[in-house]
Design a protein around this ligand. Structure first.
Ligand SMILES: [Zn+2]
Length: 384
């Protein structure tokens, strides 16, 4: 049986108790409210964080300008008042005890639609924090298709056009790496990106590109495009270079705070250097939001990205595309992948290897890469 890790992560404690996966939770001590706060995410979404001493079991109740988070088996604490950040959709946040349940009521400046599951997270205790229920949302009916699908009850999510954002790396003043034969990474990845766009459109996907010409874009702006387009998947296309001219083959990267190996770290350093972004911290955010954001990445988004990266590596191998020695899927703190959209960075091969440079330049090989990526996207379980 395929257990959806994404679902497991999203379903609240309620789901676990009902499913009997964690029966001990059923008689767990009553949870208590520790804090409640709001913040603004880098993409402008409003974030609500509700911290409790135990794993939260929650139900969300929507009325046009009010969001009620019903926490079962939870006791309120009147000394806890909401910390409200400015610039969010939340006007006010209060608590009301209703029997064994605690209602957290957020009064909103604008109506919201149902928050999609992938924007709801339960985070494990971490440092100074207890369990946190994290909700991210925007105003209007644009929180995602989950709302539309659940209100009409059909299989609409499976017929909706999936949104793919393609990100040809580098561009403009940043050529990326340059092969011995003069091939520039920025040109190679743009060519692959364009081919991939038409192939994916033909396969029924909605496709956006972070750049469709030779322009320079900051890494955070690329990630922001994926957020803005509400992408289901973000794919950054690159080619590699290695001091060893004999090194060749593809590798696929997903985001992690720590690099999986020294080479992954070097690659992240090289790719992140594109705009000298500081990848070690989230300086512009409060500590709470910072922790929630990094945990969020380490959880659902990371799981989904990993799943895609494995699909992609499989498709490349099946297509007979040479793999770089070592693991096909690696992890690195890549700034361009820092978002709430699952995704991967594909290093298609090494421009520093002259035979591979020739291959990467050839239209036939680019078509092969494109076909493999299309296959991997078709195989990816968007519903997981
Ligand atoms: Zn690159």
């Amino acid at each position: 049986m395929k257990i959806s890790r994404r679902r497991l992560l999203q379903i609240s404690g309620v789901g676990f108790v009902i499913a009997g996966l964690l029966p001990r939770m059923a008689c767990a001590a009553r949870s208590s409210l520790k804090s409640m706060r709001t913040g603004v995410q880098p993409n402008g979404k409003t974030r609500i964080v509700i911290e409790t001493s135990g794993r939260p079991s929650y139900t969300l109740v929507y009325s046009p300008e009010k969001l009620t988070v019903r926490l079962s088996n939870t006791i309120g604490d009147t000394s806890v008042s909401a910390k409200l950040a400015s610039g969010t959709l939340v006007k006010n946040m209060t608590q009301t005890q209703v029997g064994d349940s605690l209602n957290i009521i957020a009064e909103l400046r604008k109506p919201i639609s149902e928050i999609p599951k992938n924007q709801i997270m339960v985070l494990e205790p971490n440092g100074d924090n207890d369990y946190r229920l994290v909700l991210d949302f925007v105003a209007g009916a644009t929180n995602g298709v989950a709302a539309a699908a659940s209100s009409s009850g059909g299989n609409e999510t499976s017929t909706r056009k999936r949104i793919i954002v393609l990100d040809p790396g580098h561009g403009g003043k940043d050529p990326g790496c340059i092969g011995r034969g003069g091939t520039k990474e920025k040109a190679f990845v743009l060519s692959v990106g364009r081919k991939l766009r038409s192939a994916l459109q033909n396969a029924g996907f909605a496709v956006y590109m972070t750049r469709a010409d030779d322009t320079y874009l900051k890494l955070a702006d690329r990630a922001a495009i994926a957020e803005k387009k509400k992408a289901d998947l973000f794919i950054s296309i690159h080619a590699n270079a290695n001091p060893s001219r004999s090194m060749k083959g593809f590798s696929i990267y997903t985001l992690s705070e720590k690099a999986s190996d020294e080479e992954a770290q070097k690659l992240a350093d090289a790719e992140n250097a594109a705009d000298k972004i500081d990848v070690s911290g989230f300086e512009s955010f409060s500590k709470d939001i910072r922790i929630a954001l990094s945990s969020l990445q380490q959880h659902a988004v990371a799981e989904m990205s990993e799943e895609y990266a494995n699909d992609c590596a499989r498709a490349f191998k099946r297509a007979g595309i040479e793999q770089q020695p070592g693991p096909a899927v690696r992890h690195a703190p890549l700034a361009v992948l820092r978002s709430t959209v699952p995704g991967a960075l594909i290093e298609c091969g090494h421009l520093s290897n002259s035979s591979e440079e020739k291959l990467l330049k050839s239209s036939a090989h680019q078509d092969k890469l494109v076909a493999a990526i299309v296959r991997s996207i078709k195989n990816y379980d968007f519903e997981a």
